[in-house]
Ligand binder design. Structure first.
Ligand SMILES: [Zn+2]
Length: 244
C-alpha cells in the first residue's frame, strides 16, 4: 500500500467506526428496551402507591373494629345496669336509655364505615393483583428485549474491537505528521479528512483539480490537499484499496 493509500484506508476504518457507533446509538432495540424499562418503572411506582393506600385502608378497618369493640362493651355495661333493677330513679333510667340509643346508632354508623372500607379494600386488592400481573408480563418482555440488546451490543463491541485493531496496525505504518494532519482536517471537515480523486474530480467537494496537481498525486506517494476543500487527496483511479 502506498502511503496515501494507508491514510485512505484509515479513513475508511474511521468512517465504518462512526457508522457502527451511530447505528448502535440509534438502534430500534435500544429505544424499545428503554421504553419498556420506563413503563415498568411507572407501573412499579403505581403498585407502591396502591400498596400504601391498601395499608391505610386496612389500618382504618382495624381502628374502626377496635373502636366498635369499645362501644359494644360500653353498651353491654349500660344494658346490664339498666336491666339489673338496681336503678329506680326515672331520670337516671331515661338518661341511660338515651345513652344506649346513641351508642347503638354510633355503632351502626361505625359498622357501615367498616363495611365501606372493606369493600374499598377488595377493590384495591383486585387492582393490586391486576397491576402485579401486568408488571410480570412487562418484566418478562423487558428481560427478553434486554437480552437481545446485550447480544447486539456484544456484536457491536466485537466489530469495533476488530476495527480498532486494524486501525492500530495502520498507525504503525504512518508518518506522525501525516497522522496529525489527518486528525486536524478530520476535525474541521466533519470527520472526512481524505477525499478520493476520480478522473480529475475531488470527491470531497466535486471540483475539477488542475492537471499538474493530479499528476503529482497519481502515484499516491506525495501528500497534497485539495485547494478547495482542504482534504488530503487520494488518487483512486481504478485500483481500490483492500476492503475492510
Ligand atoms: Zn475538494
Amino acid at each position: 500500500m502506498g502511503s496515501i493509500a494507508v491514510l485512505w484506508y484509515l479513513q475508511k476504518i474511521d468512517n465504518k467506526r462512526r457508522d457502527l457507533q451511530r447505528e448502535a446509538d440509534n438502534a430500534k432495540i435500544r429505544r424499545e428496551t428503554k421504553e419498556l424499562a420506563l413503563r415498568l418503572e411507572q407501573k412499579e411506582r403505581d403498585l407502591e402507591q396502591l400498596m400504601e393506600k391498601l395499608k391505610e385502608v386496612k389500618r382504618a378497618i382495624r381502628r374502626g373494629e377496635r373502636e366498635n369493640v369499645g362501644k359494644m362493651a360500653g353498651l353491654d355495661e349500660l344494658e346490664t345496669r339498666l336491666y339489673s333493677g338496681q336503678t329506680t330513679n326515672l331520670q337516671e333510667l331515661t338518661q341511660m336509655q338515651r345513652q344506649i340509643t346513641q351508642l347503638k346508632q354510633e355503632g351502626a354508623e361505625l359498622e357501615e364505615e367498616i363495611i365501606a372500607s372493606m369493600l374499598n379494600q377488595e377493590v384495591l386488592e383486585e387492582e393490586r393483583d391486576a397491576l402485579a400481573a401486568a408488571i410480570e408480563v412487562l418484566d418478562k418482555k423487558y428481560r427478553e428485549k434486554n437480552l437481545l440488546l446485550e447480544k447486539e451490543m456484544a456484536e457491536f463491541e466485537s466489530q469495533m474491537g476488530k476495527l480498532l485493531l486494524k486501525r492500530q496496525g495502520l498507525l504503525g505504518e504512518m508518518r506522525e505528521e501525516w497522522l496529525q494532519l489527518y486528525e486536524k482536517i478530520g476535525k474541521e471537515r466533519g470527520g472526512q479528512a481524505v477525499a478520493a480523486v476520480v478522473g480529475d474530480l475531488c470527491q470531497g467537494c466535486h471540483i475539477s483539480l488542475p492537471t499538474n496537481l493530479v499528476s503529482r498525486i497519481i502515484t499516491n506517494e506525495r501528500l497534497q490537499t485539495c485547494p478547495s476543500c482542504g482534504r488530503i487527496l487520494y488518487y483512486q483511479g481504478k485500483e481500490e484499496c483492500p476492503d475492510i
